[in-house]
Design a protein around this ligand. Sequence first.
Ligand code: HEM
Length: 153
Amino acid sequence: MDFYDWMLALHLLAAFAIAASLVLFSVLVVAGRRMTTLEQTRPLFRLGRIGGPLIGVGMGLVLLLGIVLAIDSDDYQLWDAWVIIAMVLWAVSAFVGGRSGTYYTGVQELAEKGGSEAEVLERLRAPTGARWHAATIAVFLLLVLDMIFKPWA
Ligand code: HEM
């Protein structure tokens, strides 16, 4: 395996870390809507703490290694349309995913700092967080399509 193969393997590993976190968050979003007591929500918030760092590190590495790949490749350049599209979509996904993260972290803080059970459960059921999360998945899928089909490459 040469340098490029290693970078590609690590790039894909980072992409899988993101995908794994998104699956975990999807389970938490769906399960959160079904909670009936504050006590039930605690394990969900505990699991959420795994997803945060995993998606953070994954997002950082996928961008860094993607840029390294584009620079190192003889076939692709940093200014190729599909690479620029990837960087734009990456920024959009970081923003949209960040909104989802901020929403659920807010609910978690409310739950841990003595917020009322009714309010915590209501926020978990509200469509706001779920919509940001669904949008994050949609942008992630667009990124995968951009990587696979490499438009105008
Ligand atoms: C969540 C974001 C990303 C995911 C899921 C992802 C996924 C992938 C996948 C599946 C491949 C393999 C494609 C193939 O071999 O045909 C790939 C390759 C590549 N990606 Fe990404 N990627 C992401 C972000 C980025 C970003 C932001 C950049 C640019 C800065 C980038 C640049 C590249 C390059 C240059 C390759 C090598 C293409 C090749 O050698 O065929 N990626 N990526």
